[in-house]
Design a protein around this ligand. Structure first.
Ligand code: JHZ
Ligand code: SAH
Length: 405
């Protein structure tokens, strides 16, 4: 039994992935001896309806000066964050007298949109390499973890803010109550706390089990965020569905009774209950579907190897660490992974040690099949590769099911 990070009730895991490496530990060292591993299992707390890892590596092992994920590797995401910023500027009527804070700004993909039009802003980003890229863009960045101390430092130095924003970060933080308390310290009375994360509803409906890895301590839903907000005298006043990262939800919070609560919240709750997000059996069923993908994918890759086909992969995503290690995808099945991120080049993937090669080499390779680990960027990538992955060359997808296209 484990104790829920949100409500302290006991819960049991519904799936155990066994020992897993750090998802973003793309390392030049091929030896597995040095590699840190942790027991990765995930459970559902029937009390507060949250889904969470049972344990997580220390944050300093995941977020540091060699963090391998750079946000600005997707032009679609660049556009997405431009629109996110626009949405908040309109919602809060932001201008040069306002103040915006972003938790986990990474290389500045969202923050730059405020800076560009002279809306004062600050990013809080502990991974020093990506924080440096943001600073080089002229952005105001504090390279620390967000917590009570940094919250107080921000208030002392800059005052309270009109909007605290975050994307794909809040679900990474196990000391979630401290985060909500810190947000309350920094937020003006009429300020908003808006964040988005991979949405549990989509993870369940698409069987996107690769959203489960060390960094994602929580898979949030409206049900769990509403509960969390109420524990801190905050209102979840709106929410909006996003198609990023395979399906995300944007949550809008404010201090209690500051904004009218949209009907959308109850509509989403109805949908979540209809799909069984509040029911333990849903997660047992999810487990069965994961097993099917695992079997189908390994069988396909073994069959292709026997046929002498050349299979390579596309996108050394964090998510792929769960897929490769859980399914057992070794370099004899998938020769290499091509990726555009320089820090990942000529490293080996965590655990199974598949070589990572620069994207440019993909165009000179001659694969029969391309396993798409960055399936969440399918549209953007298919468009980019439409003249290369054609004819006899095929994509292999595994979410929501294994298929060749
Ligand atoms: P992508 C990371 O997840 C980690 P990952 C983190 N935990 C999270 O929640 C989300 O991001 C936000 C490459 N690529 O976006 C770049 C190409 O090579 O699916 C990246 O290495 N060519 C914070 O790592 C990877 O694929 C391309 O054309 O699962 C994509 O990683 C494109 C578009 C991407 O996130
Ligand atoms: N918002 C960006 C980056 C997501 S990557 C995007 O959506 O693309 C997650 C980021 O959160 C990393 O850059 C990591 O360093 C940062 N992070 C992790 N824990 C954090 C914390 N406690 N406070 C602030 N940032 C954190």
């Amino acid at each position: 039994m484990f104790s829920c990070l949100i409500c302290k009730s006991n819960f049991k895991p519904f799936i155990d992935f066994g020992k897993m490496p750090i998802a973003n530990d793309f390392n030049k060292n091929k030896s597995v001896d040095y590699e840190y591993k942790f027991e990765m299992s995930i459970g559902f707390c029937n009390s507060c309806k949250s889904v969470q890892l049972t344990n997580q590596p220390d944050k300093e092992l995941m977020f540091h000066e060699n963090y391998a994920f750079y946000s600005s590797t997707s032009s679609y995401m660049d556009k997405h964050f431009q629109n996110f910023a626009k949405d908040i500027i309109k919602l809060q009527n932001l201008n040069e007298n306002s103040f915006v804070v972003e938790i986990g700004c990474n290389d500045g993909i969202m923050l730059k949109n405020f800076d560009k039009i002279k809306i004062p802003s600050l990013g809080i980003e502990p991974s020093k390499n990506v924080a440096k890229v943001a600073k080089e863009k002229g952005l105001n960045v504090l390279d620390e973890f967000f917590n009570k101390k940094t919250a107080l430092d921000v208030v002392n130095k800059f005052g309270k803010c009109d909007a605290i924003l975050s994307a794909n970060v809040i679900c990474h933080i196990p000391y979630i109550h401290q985060i909500f308390e810190s947000v309350k310290l920094v937020l003006k009375n009429d300020g908003v706390f808006v964040f988005e994360e991979p949405y549990l509803y989509d993870v369940i409906n698409k069987t996107s089990f690769d959203q489960i890895y060390d960094e994602h301590v929580f898979l949030f839903s409206i049900l769990s965020i509403k509960k969390l907000a109420s524990m801190h005298d905050l209102d979840l006043f709106n929410a909006s569905k996003q198609d990023t990262h395979g399906g995300s939800m944007r949550y809008y919070l404010c201090h209690k009774n500051q904004k009218k609560i949209s009907n959308t919240i109850n509509e989403f709750i109805k949908k979540e209950k209809n799909c069984g997000l509040d029911d333990e059996n849903t997660y047992l069923n999810f487990n069965k579907k994961i097993l099917k993908i695992k079997n189908d994918l390994i069988n396909l890759l073994v069959k292709l190897k026997k046929q002498g086909k050349k299979v390579v992969a596309y996108g050394a995503t964090s998510k792929s660490t769960t897929v490769t290690n859980y399914v057992g995808i070794t370099p004899d099945l998938v020769k290499c992974i091509y990726d555009t991120t320089p820090i990942k080049h000529y490293t080996f993937s965590p655990g199974v040690k598949i070589p990572i090669l620069p994207y440019e080499k993909f165009r000179n390779s001659d694969p029969d099949y391309v396993l798409l680990f960055a399936w969440n960027h399918l549209k953007e990538i298919q468009e980019k590769e439409k003249d290369f992955v054609v004819g006899d060359k095929k994509w292999i997808l595994y979410i929501p099911e294994v298929k060749v296209i």
